[in-house]
Design a protein around this ligand. Sequence first.
Ligand SMILES: *Cc1c(COP(=O)(O)O)cnc(C)c1O
Length: 376
Amino acid sequence: MEIPFLDLNAQYVSIKNDIHKAIDDVLNSCAFAGGPFVESFETEFASFCGCSEAIGVGNGTDALWLSLLALGVGPGHEVITVPNTFIATAEAISFCGATPVFVDVEASTYTINPELLENAITSKTRAIIPVHLNGQMADMDPIMEIAHKHGLFVVEDACQAHGAEYKGKRAGAIGNTGCFSFYPGKNLGAYGEAGAIVTNDADLAKKIRVLRDHGQEKKYHHSVIGWNARMDGLQGAILSVKLKHLPKWNTLRRQHARTYSERLGDIDQVILPLEAENRKHVFHIYAIRTKHRDTLMEYLKINGIQCGVHYPVPIHKQEAYSFNGYQNKQYPVAETVASELVSLPMYPELTGSMIETVCAEIKSWCNCGKIKNHEK
Ligand SMILES: *Cc1c(COP(=O)(O)O)cnc(C)c1O
């Protein structure tokens, strides 16, 4: 049996009729750029996140960038984030003219380690971007406390965490803004590119709406230099259809994660993902850790199982960031997990027998002596 890492078609066929109707509605009304379908989705998504405002934008990278711009982050400023994230988190900082400063992550959750935060704060620091990696929120209470103490903004990178919770609050609802990507493979995925910013700050929301639409408050009257970062109407309509299914899809992801963890719990060569106390993990990614990642992936590939690596190269080791002495800095946890994590197939439509097959193959890899039992 071939088991893909992701199967977007399986989801599409399950909602095909509603999707086609939504697309028809947009085509008939010609509301292609921004417009009523985007506005409806914004209202629904704000309410889903427990926020008063949502602003639909072109993608998750736009969401991060416009958040920082609206908060006044610019040249001469530093923004703290983690090195084990998708490059977009750092790019958004760099594209404001500010400097990314990295802080290592917790070995248990792979999210920013609040104990290391204060050491990284300087007089230039303006904001912190915690990344809710793999579908689990960062430890927000200490992060917010430190941010308040030092007068810093918090922009949540919630691009992998639609519907995740921290002490009952949804991702995006705790920081000054929460940034989401609706890239097709995310827990809530568009059929193209899209993103959103959520916030409870009405003034900030207004600024972001102006920035995403060429700095205009009234057509052809531009109060600031903005950009075109509007969400497209088709994506808004499609996302409204899909948002209704998101709670069920997240529940399925959590069930699959539980099954994986039950089946793999008795092999001590791998470290399983941990759901921290008071947090609800939505398993955008189910990643296990082993020192023998590359041989495991090779074995699974030969046996028809597709896996992924998120992410093989931490940002401070990327060629794009080969300036400013980034390469010489050390982030031991981020570096270790970059070489050890492997992401197993994970999507709501995954079947029980597929999960059994993946786990059986991992076990047979262990048993055929590829690694010894004590070597995690
Ligand atoms: C996907 C993602 C982004 C960027 O989103 P795009 O919609 O692809 O621009 C940013 N940060 C993280 C952590 C992501 O996973």
